[in-house]
Design a protein around this ligand. Structure first.
Ligand SMILES: [Zn+2]
Ligand SMILES: [Zn+2]
Length: 144
């Protein structure tokens, strides 16, 4: 389970312009996020930076075929005279969050035996269990 929280409200910079019925939105989101590592379940902060471009078209008269110049443009819809961008911003933030957060790439995670955080300490479990590949050697009887 991934849970994230912002240390402070995310900063969102939006620029938009209208061309006919279409609304072009460029956004830049930055924020400091507290994540929880999927391996060692330690909380860790990281910097979220997300740029996005959206094209909003009226929901009622969506053209049958929408031609987009750039593939990375996302198409969204608006209704009425006012546009509430906050759900779109929220969606962009969700897209920017890693699905498998790791405090660091080389995170060693938790020991499956004793639950020790292997980034912070080396527990004795691995030593006690021994290398399973070596265990087979102990059962070998060598005849002379
Ligand atoms: Zn970790
Ligand atoms: Zn252990």
């Amino acid at each position: 389970m991934c849970d994230y929280s912002f240390e402070a409200p995310a900063r969102v910079r939006l620029e938009y312009y209208r061309a006919g019925q279409e609304l072009f939105v460029n956004g830049h989101i930055t924020g400091r996020v507290n994540g929880r590592c999927a391996r060692c379940v330690e909380a860790y902060p990281f910097e979220l930076v997300k740029d996005f471009s959206l094209v909003l078209v009226p929901r009622c008269d969506l053209p049958a075929e929408v031609e987009l110049n750039e593939e990375d443009l996302d198409l969204s819809f608006y209704e009425g005279d006012s546009v509430d961008l906050s759900p779109l911003v929220r969606e962009q933030i969700l897209l920017a969050l890693p699905t498998r957060p790791l405090c660091r790439d080389a995170c060693k995670g938790l020991c499956p035996q004793c639950g020790a955080n292997l980034n912070l300490q080396i527990c004795q479990c691995a030593a006690a269990v021994g290398d399973p590949r070596l265990a087979i050697l102990r059962t070998l009887k060598v005849s002379h």
